[in-house]
Design a binder for this molecule. Structure first.
Ligand code: SF4
Length: 701
């Protein structure tokens, strides 16, 4: 970008994927504004997006040069890129030779660009010979991925944001878009304002900001989502509000689900969920009378030991009412990160392959390795996010390469993550900021280019691909993540990594999608620049993108029918409160912070909304403990403790507490790191952690 120029790009925070116009004046000063022509945000930006230029301009915390420890006991010292690659390749080769390819792993991020995600998968699965490549998207989306695959045949979000304005009923469950997807929420608010009869059902144990829009807020007991969803399906069947034609002609397994939902009466379900039965009836009435139903969900459903069960039970509601593949209807999983979907498209998880191919399918493995000209792909799934750190802790994994994520703050049971990283033989951290706590564990620290400093593509929550232009030079010796990866692959002497630029990586990936359900073989960088953003599939140059899937009622399953799925567990399997730890800790996002604050933490004005970590507690629980507003308290359980100030809030259920997930170990006093307390339970199918349900006690400090 030359001086005094404006250009279009996409916000690098949440999965809404808002369009941004960046202006750089003659002095090099950046300014961002919302792109009024962008189909997602129509000019609006939330507080985080609005302040992105501060983050891009402030380089005070940036990692500027490769730094390396010559041995574990030595400090990090500046080295050249050549030395960094030589050392990384030598250590990886030696560990692989001695312990096999499964002794190394990569842990990456939903903030990586699609090209970066593609490359690290090709490198790991195709050439190193292990599937130990997983991502922090495991922490937010993996239960939704499994749910979609089970119900629809592939991990495919069926609808678009444009469906919002066509819907008359919304079921928002386990999500707080008012804070976590603010521009999406503003579209919901505007739709309600223009169409006051539109019904909003919000399901959340907390009365969050999102509940402000609700015609009906179901403040259920934590972990009872499957019971509630099943009760809604039962009530829809009993009141004859189901789409029998759709069920008979386009779905499988309805009778099995029907059998399960009738095993629990409405009254029993209401008692377990701890809400009035009439509220469940009313929810079913709104849904049953709807001409366009959209369900929206995020971590409240996904981050659970029964996350997949919660997802399939919700998807059953869309199927039983036939609310999919038509305007203003469909199940809409809201992505947390800007490119979690792009990562899944290229197979960025330990149990996936690129272009939605299956790791456990020998033909698919062969197709992928033939395309890459690589070694045969190992059929054994790799370590998923938490298991990767378990393996480090046990000594089974010797080396880990961490890209664009800060697991010391973001993974459950943080103290164990620190212990595991200390035990690792070799830790590579590739990041932009010294403020990421994980950098302290690096044996090799690699400076990456950030937002605006490199080109590539991302896919938002609605399958919308956007091209991000390089606008400014990265500071000092920082390099684009894609280049770091292909240069490391070259240092390992792997064939097929002789790229000259990121566009060549993208073109290779586009060729790989040809003929698949996510075909974007017609979508070049040039086309993206011409059209702006588009939704996949985009199979040829004349395509305009695809806003809605399954309009022909043909799903991606072998027989073309959608599947009802019977949840394996209807009752929560999380930790149960005890006398010692009687409270249930829920963790989540706050409005103005992002992940572990390596970016938003640099912007002072983003602390005006909420200025630091806290624990939210019900007034009755606070009174019992002699806690007042602002009292410094200790939150503890068997895994750890943390000190925070108390915020007394009647909008949280009695017996529950809430802490934001963003704050790290600010000092040795461990002020505010919620993940000191979160547990290590994971969903047995999706491997997504149970972040929302750890037992704890709160006492005055
Ligand atoms: Fe960025 Fe999400 Fe805010 Fe849009 S809603 S400006 S994508 S953080």
């Amino acid at each position: 970008m030359s001086a005094n120029k404006s250009y279009k790009t996409t916000c690098s925070y949440c999965g809404v994927g808002c369009g941004i116009i960046v202006n750089k004046d003659n002095n090099g000063t950046l300014k961002v504004t919302g792109d009024t022509e962008h189909p997602v945000n129509k000019g609006m930006l939330c507080s985080k997006g609005m302040n992105l230029h501060y983050v891009a301009q402030d380089t005070t915390d940036r990692i500027l040069y490769p730094e390396m420890k010559w041995s574990k006991n030595h400090p990090l010292k500046r080295v050249s890129w050549d030395t960094a690659f030589e050392r990384a390749a030598a250590v990886f080769k030696s560990i692989i030779k001695k312990h096999g390819p499964d002794s190394v792993g990569f842990y990456v991020s939903g903030q990586c660009l699609t090209e970066e995600y593609y490359l690290v998968n090709k490198l790991t699965k195709g050439f190193i010979g292990t599937n130990n490549i997983d991502t922090n998207s495991r922490l937010c989306m993996s239960s939704a991925v499994v749910g979609y695959k089970k119900a629809l045949g592939e991990d495919s979000v069926p609808i678009a944001y444009a469906d919002i304005e066509l819907a008359d009923t919304f079921l928002i469950t386990g999500a707080n878009p008012a804070w976590c997807h603010p521009i999406l929420y503003r579209r919901l608010e505007a739709h309600k304002e223009a169409n006051p009869d539109t019904k909003f059902i919000v399901v959340d144990p907390r009365k969050t900001q999102t509940a402000a829009i609700a015609d009906l807020h179901l403040q259920i007991q934590q972990g009872t989502d499957v019971i509630l969803n099943n009760a809604i399906v039962r009530e829809l069947i009993e009141t004859d509000k189901i789409d029998l034609d759709f069920i008979l002609n386009h779905t499988n397994n309805f009778e099995d689900v029907k059998k399960q939902v009738f095993e629990t009466s409405l009254e029993e379900a209401a008692k377990i969920c701890d809400i009035p039965a009439d509220e469940i009836k009313l929810a079913a009435k709104y849904i049953g009378n709807s001409k366009g139903l959209i369900s929206m969900w995020t971590m409240g459903l996904n981050q659970s030991i029964i996350g997949v069960d919660k997802n399939v039970s919700l998807l059953n509601i869309s199927l039983v009412t036939g609310q999919i593949g038509k305007p203003g209807s469909g199940p809409f999983s809201l992505t947390g990160q800007p490119n979690a979907m792009g990562g899944r498209e290229v197979g960025g998880m330990a149990n996936l392959l690129a272009v939605h191919k299956d790791l456990n399918n020998p033909e698919h493995r062969k197709e992928v390795s033939d395309f890459w000209g690589s070694n045969p792909i190992n059929p054994k799934p790799g370590y998923t996010a938490t298991k990767m750190f378990d393996a480090l802790d046990k000594g089974d994994l010797k080396a880990i390469w961490i890209i664009c994520t800060n697991p010391v703050v973001s993974l459950p049971n943080s103290n164990k993550i620190e212990r595991a990283l200390k035990k690792a033989k070799f830790v590579v951290v590739q990041d932009i900021s010294h403020n990421a706590e994980t950098t302290k564990f690096a044996d090799l620290l690699l400076p990456a280019a950030g937002w605006l400093e490199k080109e590539g593509t991302m896919s938002n929550s609605e399958r919308r691909i956007s091209y991000l232009e390089k606008g400014i030079e990265p500071p000092a010796e920082a390099l684009p993540d894609a280049e770091i990866l292909w240069r490391f692959a070259q240092a390992m002497n792997y064939r097929g990594f002789d790229y000259n630029n990121t566009e060549e990586v993208y073109q290779e990936y586009c060729r790989m999608t040809k003929g698949t359900n996510i075909d974007i073989s017609g979508l070049s960088y040039q086309k993206l620049k011409e059209l702006g953003t588009v939704q996949w599939p985009f199979p040829n140059e004349d395509s305009q993108g695809t806003s809605r899937l399954f309009t022909d009622k043909k799903f991606y399953t072998p027989d073309g029918k959608a599947n009802f799925n019977v949840p394996q567990h209807i009752y929560n399997q999380s930790e149960q409160p005890t006398e010692e730890f009687p409270l249930i800790l829920n963790t989540g996002r706050i409005r103005d912070q992002w992940h572990t604050r390596t970016k938003t933490g640099k912007v002072k004005r983003l602390l005006t909304h909420i200025d630091g970590p806290y624990v939210e507690i019900h007034p009755d629980d606070a009174k019992e403990r002699n806690i007042e507003e602002g009292t410094i308290v200790v939150v503890k359980n068997n895994r750890g403790t943390t000190r925070v100030k108390a915020v007394i809030n009647k909008d949280i259920r009695k017996g529950a507490i809430f802490m934001p997930m963003h704050f790290g170990k600010i000092s040795d006093n461990d002020f505010g790191r919620a993940n000191n307390l979160t547990n290590e339970l994971i969903d047995p199918i999706s491997s997504e952690p149970d972040f929302k349900h750890a037992v704890a006690q709160v006492t005055k400090f």
